[in-house]
Design a protein around this ligand. Sequence first.
Ligand code: COA
Length: 185
Amino acid sequence: MQLPVLSTEQLELRPITEKDTAALFSLFSKEEVTRYMDIDAFTNITEATQIITYFRENWEKQEGMRWAITLKGQDELIGTCGFHHWNKTHYKIELGYDLLPAYWGKGIMTEAIGIILQFVFEDLQVNRVEAFVDPVNTASSRLLGRLGFQHEGMLRDAFFEKGKFVDAELYSLLRREYNREAIWQ
Ligand SMILES: CC(C)(COP(=O)(O)OP(=O)(O)OC[C@H]1O[C@@H](n2cnc3c(N)ncnc32)[C@H](O)[C@@H]1OP(=O)(O)O)[C@@H](O)C(=O)NCCC(=O)NCCS
């Protein structure tokens, strides 16, 4: 089964393929992109190939979905977004997202995550969407706040990243709280 293409006014979210290798390397080799993520900045193009395989296997195992973010009418990958840790027993998923710095602050991820929320709540019957955010990643926290997520608390030493334990702010949005109109207004 092919990953569905999701469209918004400005964006097209499409499957990630081998043709995105160079764009993914450019994205994930930027330290400002990977700073608060659980991966080190890429230094070798083979890491981009490996992450494509990882995203595809996740989808094949039905554990997650990851899309390439493109501007409508332009096929170039400018970021990625999606979810992993898809737990069908408990109807929940965990969000992940990243964007090239040149596109930050233009509302692109609000729009991309907005359409993913619509897809997972309305088509996949997900009940709970979670996100773990580094306490100093203001852009990510504001993004989630704007989309209606609630802050549940801070998890101490939640992840071991880049050689040290880091705390994580836990956010969630439930299906019964999800307001499609409020996101798209
Ligand atoms: C987090 C990220 C995806 C946000 O994407 P974006 O397209 O710039 O976000 P939007 O333009 O839709 O803005 C969402 C909110 O974040 C705020 N924001 C965006 N960039 C910001 C920045 N550099 N500093 C502070 N706030 C910022 C916006 O003002 C907006 O909040 P508001 O509505 O309260 O004003 C982007 O900064 C990024 O790729 N960061 C690196 C990867 C990363 O940290 N991923 C998340 C891991 S949990």
